[in-house]
Write a protein that binds this ligand. Sequence first.
Ligand SMILES: Nc1ncnc2c1ncn2[C@@H]1O[C@H](COP(=O)(O)OP(=O)(O)OP(=O)(O)O)[C@@H](O)[C@H]1O
Ligand SMILES: [Mg+2]
Length: 443
Amino acid sequence: MSAILVIEDEEKYRRVISLHLSSSGYAVKAVGTAEDGLKLASEMDLILTDLKLPGMDGLAFLEQLRSQNMLAPVIVMSAFGTVEIAVDAMKKGAVDFLPKPFSLDHLSVVVEKALEVRKLRDENRELREALGKKYQFENIIGHSPAMQEIFATITRVAPTRATVLLCGESGVGKDMIARAIHQHSPRKDKPFVKINCTAIPENLMESELFGYEKGAFTGANISKPGKFEIANTGTVMLDEIGDVPGSIQVKLLRILQEREFERLGSNRVQHSDVRVVAATNVDLREALEQGTFREDLYYRLNVVPLNIPPLRERKDDIPYLVEHFAQKFGGTVSEGAMERLVAYHWPGNVRELENVVERSILLAQGPRVEPGDVRIDTSERSRPAAGVAADQFLPEGMTLDEYEQSLIREALKRANGNKSHAARLLGLTRNALRYRLAQMGLE
Ligand SMILES: Nc1ncnc2c1ncn2[C@@H]1O[C@H](COP(=O)(O)OP(=O)(O)OP(=O)(O)O)[C@@H](O)[C@H]1O
Ligand SMILES: [Mg+2]
C-alpha cells in the first residue's frame, strides 16, 4: 500500500483529500504545516502539499526535501494557481501541479500517475544497481552488450578452476581480464604468474616453465623452481599461447590434464594445482589447420572461450573509457573532441585510446581537450600520403611486384609465419594476403 502525505493548512480541504485517498486504498497522513510534514516525509511514497502555508511555504518545503535527499515525488496544490508558481515548483522538483479547486477525479489521476513514475524510477534504479553490482569489475569499463556478456561469463567462471581462453586483438584488455578472473577467484591471495610465451626463447622455455635441477645443463649451478611451481595454488596466465613451440605444447597438455610436471634434469614427478588462463591475439584455429598447434591442447585450453571484440566493434564503450582515462589523467574532454574519439577506428584498441587521451590532455591548449587537441598518432602506421621521398622509392632495379613480394616475405618473417598476423602488419585482410601468396606461388 502506498503511503501519501498531505500538507494542507485548510482543515476542510485536508479532510476531503484524506478521506478520498484513504477510500481509494492509500495509507494517508495529513498535517497542517510543512514543518510537521518534514518529520514524516522520509517514510512517504508521495507527498501532496499546498503552496501557501503558515510558516515554511511549499517551495521552501521542496528545497528542504531535496537538500535532505528525500526522493518522494511531490505534487503541489495552490489556489493561486498561476503558471509562474507552477513552473517554479516544477523547477524545484515537483512532479505535478494541481490548481485549486480541483475535482476528486483529477486528484486521483494525478496521484496515480506520480506513483507510477516513482515505481518506474525505483525499478530502474534497482536494475542499474543490480547490473552494476553484478557485472562491475574494478577498473574494467564495459557498457556495451558484448562487454556485459563477458562480465557475466567472468562472474560465473571466475570462482571455478575452469581454464579460460581469452582471444582478442592487441590492447583489448586480455591482461586486465585475466587478472580480474584471478581476483574474483578463491585463489586471489595466491600467486598470479604471467608467462609471455613470445618473450622466452624456445631453448629456455622448458626450464622457465617447469624449473630445473642443479647440473641439468651447463650453467645450472643451482636448482630453480619454474613458473608453474611458483604459481602453485594460484593462477598462471599463458600470454600469446599461439607462439608456444610444439615441444612445450606436449608438456602443457600434461600439466593441464594430469596436473603433473618434472623439473628439467629430474625424474621426480611434481604436482601443480594451478588455474590456467591463456590468451592469444591470433586465431588459434588457423594454427590448428596449419598443424602448428596441437588439437588436444587447443580443446584443453578452450574450455571457456572469451572473445573480446575490438574497440571499433563496441563504440558505445568509447565515451565511458574516455571519461575514465580523462579522470585518471586529470583532464576533461569537450563534446567535439569526444566525437572525434568515437569516430576513430582504434587499431590499437583500448591501449591506444588510453595513450591518445593522456597525450591529448598533456598537450591541450586550454583546460579542456578540444577537437583540435586530439592527438591521434598514426605515425606508427604512417603512410606517406603525399608521395614518397626520392630515397624511399623502389630499390634500384626492383619492380613493383618484386618489391611487394619482398614486403610480404618480410611480414611473414616478422609474424613467424602466421598469416593473420602478417596480414595485419601489411594492412591486408587474411584473404587478400592469401590471394597474393597464391599469385606468388607460395600458398
Ligand atoms: N575495458 C577496459 N577498461 C579500462 N581499461 C582498459 C580496458 N581494456 C583495456 N584497458 C587498458 O588498456 C591497456 C591494454 O590492456 P591489456 O594490456 O589488458 O591488453 P591486451 O589485450 O593484454 O593486449 P596485448 O595483446 O597487447 O597483450 C591497459 O592499460 C589496460 O589497463
Ligand atoms: Mg596482454
